[in-house]
Design a protein around this ligand. Structure first.
Ligand SMILES: [Zn+2]
Length: 155
């Protein structure tokens, strides 16, 4: 599953298409939202694939904002703080076996006789939030797309 971002009027190959899987997309878009609230209103639909997007002028402005954030070190500092938090998230009890390490016969869930395939018997799993990565390189790739896309739609 992923988010496909299509350029409306690309002026280069890199402006035609940008793709992130959902794990990468949500943190990237959240960063864009936090960086450019004057371009991306709070009620935008950028986190779903409903065709929401920005026009050419706003896409270019967002590219400039991202480029400035990379140049100033803001993106790097954000990424470090983000990853530090992500790594520090505590493990959570496994839903499939209710934290016991042994599950009921599928499709039933809850405690039972089988070694749990959700947590490999540990009873705990990584926090859901920890599956969403963020890095400066991904910001730079999106910035390059934005600069040449001529506006975009998120599908
Ligand atoms: Zn389990």
């Amino acid at each position: 599953m992923g988010m496909d971002v299509y350029g409306n009027a690309p002026i280069s190959e890199r402006g035609q298409y940008f793709r992130n899987n959902v794990w990468w997309w949500h943190p990237l878009w959240t960063y864009c939202e936090s960086l450019a609230p004057e371009l991306i209103p709070g009620n935008n639909l950028g986190h779903s694939n409903d065709g929401w997007g920005l026009n050419r002028r706003k896409a270019r402005s967002l590219a400039d904002k991202l480029a400035a954030a990379i140049a100033s070190g803001h993106a790097r500092a954000y990424a470090e703080k983000y990853e530090q938090r992500r790594r520090s998230l505590p493990l959570e009890p496994c839903d499939i076996c209710a934290g016991t390490g042994h599950r009921a016969n599928p499709p039933e869930i809850g405690p039972g006789p089988l070694l749990c395939n959700g947590c490999k018997g540990a009873g705990k799993v990584q926090a859901f939030e920890s599956h969403y990565p963020f890095c400066v390189e991904n910001v730079a790739e999106f910035e390059a797309f934005l600069r040449d896309c001529g506006g975009f739609q998120i599908c």
